[in-house]
Design a protein around this ligand. Structure first.
Ligand SMILES: [Zn+2]
Ligand SMILES: [Zn+2]
Length: 556
């Protein structure tokens, strides 16, 4: 066995949900697996995205050979613009993953400088001292791979995200054979496996399990059908389009994210839409309500998304009317409950039939992550010397570790790691040797350079450099009307003559209120976010400064 040391260094995603990123190092060579983001919790006011601290990579920048992506979900690729602006390295991913990456880098004007290299399942490539074999897996997204990384000490298998779906809608099967091959000759040093659903018994249903529910819905609906799912859920979009076709309904796409991902999937042949089936959003009104199905963005109740706006009757093309059916084909991400249920309330007020993931069968949504029996299956096939749970909060990784420990014949040793731990392997064994700095970097997507260490610092910086603008609006709870002229309070921020500027801010608020429906005005979460966004746009445009903006609604 060669002398030398292999290091696994997770920089994010172990012990937290999101921002998956792991460095694999042999001597003077480092490769990085995934570069994800985390969506900020709602308390992170004004912060757009959260990415991992990559000080370790920056300190070793001349050693980094490239970033290898397992699949195109945001928690695996969303941090790329930020990481690539710090490190100029090639990025490896499958065709579909790179198409999503291209879109993302283009938005940040980083595409021209990027070195993107396509990889294919079962086609090995060499990166520094490593030979990497991408293995096809199934998940809620298409074109996903696990990575078998051949190192001088043995093979490290990183599963990426997966479930074992025997009937994926694209018919690209999970490559169980290759996992078994690696296990057969006991060559696997370590298995790093997705823990997201380690606390769920049994098997995760196939993506096709949703078809039964879709059939039920389409058979019953007498008016328009709205289906909302994550824009990356290509399997789900495919099932919706297929079912709409069977029931002779036209399909309209509403919302930027779902239109973009559908375009990519059409381009790459993952979706096949018969000629004349797709219509523009503007054409919806030309058809009878029972002739259309609308795929719409915004399952998480995001205040500015198409579905949230349609729910308060403020979308130009997506009109939700009495008797329409609205399907939320996604899970409720913890932390988003409030916004989602608020949106669902509005949908009920429109007298729509609303279906969401309530545990009934057949399911309206299925998870993309493996449950316990699938996790055990892969462990049995791979028979690793070391097993390390990845991708999950601490309790999920812990349950996953216990599960593996119970499989005596299949696993050597089980090791728990968290983001920042350095796990070292050599001919004598494996041990944690060190800690590297990790953490969350908050980014205001308005400018890539606008990185802040954490929320406290961001608030302080806002206050000290750019000040604060408070807009106090009194709304009559009964009538929904604005009772008096909005009060504007500014601290540490002044522009031109204070009086004149205050007047202009009042005008912005008045315009926002004029353009809002009574229902929006009655929903303080929505109206606050609209006022904040409009004020921010106006203030940045006229002053180039970014004060902390806080609308306050007084109920009277
Ligand atoms: Zn994923
Ligand atoms: Zn993930």
């Amino acid at each position: 066995m060669p002398s030398g040391k292999l290091h696994l260094v997770p920089l994010g995603g172990l012990g937290e949900f999101g921002m998956n990123c792991m460095a694999v190092r042999w001597g003077d060579d480092i490769i990085v697996i995934d570069a994800g983001l985390m969506f900020p919790e709602s308390e992170l006011l004004g912060v757009d995205i959260v990415v991992p601290d990559i000080s370790y990579l920056i300190a070793n920048r001349e050693k980094v050979r490239g970033i290898v992506l397992t699949h195109g979900h945001e928690d695996h690729i969303g941090g790329l613009p930020w990481i690539l602006s710090e490190l100029k390295v090639p990025v490896f991913g499958t065709e579909f993953t790179l198409a999503l990456v291209e879109n993302k880098l283009d938005e940040h004007q980083l595409l021209d400088d990027a070195d993107l290299r396509e990889i294919r399942p079962s086609t090995r490539f060499i990166l520094g001292p490593f030979t990497i074999n991408p293995i096809q897996v199934t998940h809620s997204l298409v074109d996903c791979v696990a990575l078998a990384i051949h190192t001088p000490l043995g093979v490290v298998i990183h599963t990426g995200d997966f479930k074992v779906d025997p009937t994926p809608t694209d018919n690209r099967l999970f490559d169980l054979h290759t996992f078994a091959e690696y296990g057969k000759d006991r060559s696997v040093l370590a298995l790093l496996q997705d823990s997201t659903n380690a606390d769920r018994r049994g098997y995760t249903p196939s993506e096709r399990a949703v078809k039964g529910k879709f059939d039920e819905i389409f058979a019953r609906a007498e008016r328009k059908i709205f289906i909302s799912c994550f824009s990356s859920s290509i399997h789900r979009i495919k099932l919706a389009i297929e079912t709409a076709g069977e029931y002779k309904r036209k399909i309209a796409l509403v919302g930027r994210s779902i239109s973009e991902s559908t375009d990519i999937a059409l381009d790459l042949g993952y979706l096949d839409v018969p000629e004349g089936t797709l219509i523009h959003a503007g054409q919806i009104k030309e058809y009878r309500p029972d002739q259309v199905c609308i795929l719409i963005s915004g399952t998480q109740g995001e205040p500015m998304s198409a579905l949230s706006r349609a729910a308060v009757d403020n979308h130009k093309h997506a009109k939700i009317e009495r008797g329409d059916t609205v399907v939320l084909s996604s899970r409720i991400i913890p932390g988003n409950e409030k916004g989602i249920y608020r949106m669902i309330d509005h949908l009920f007020r429109r007298e729509a039939n609303v279906l969401y993931d309530d545990g009934s069968s057949p399911p309206v949504h299925v998870s993309g992550h493996a449950s316990q029996e699938e996790l055990k299956l892969i462990i049995n096939l791979v028979k690793p010397r070391y097993f390390i749970p990845i991708h999950g909060e601490y309790r999920q990784m812990r349950i996953h570790a216990d599960l593996a420990r119970s499989m005596h014949g299949a696993v050597g040793q089980v090791l728990m790691m968290e983001s920042g731990d350095v796990l070292e392997f050599d001919e004598l064994g494996a041990r944690k040797i060190d800690k590297v700095p990790v953490g969350r970097i908050c980014i205001d997507s308005g400018s890539r350079g606008d990185v802040v260490e954490d929320l406290v610092i961001k608030d302080r910086r806002h206050l000290s450099e750019d000040g604060i603008v408070l807009a106090i609006i009194a709304i009559n709870k009964l009538t929904g009307s604005v009772e008096s002229i909005p009060e504007i309070v500014m601290r540490g921020f002044a522009a031109g003559s204070e009086n004149g500027f205050t007047q202009e801010l009042r005008k912005v608020i008045a315009t926002t209120l004029d353009n809002s429906t009574p229902e929006e005005k009655a929903d303080y979460g929505v109206i606050k976010e609209k006022i904040r966004a409009d004020l921010k746009r106006f203030i940045v445009k006229t002053t180039s400064r970014r004060p902390l903006i806080m609308p306050v609604i007084l109920e009277i």
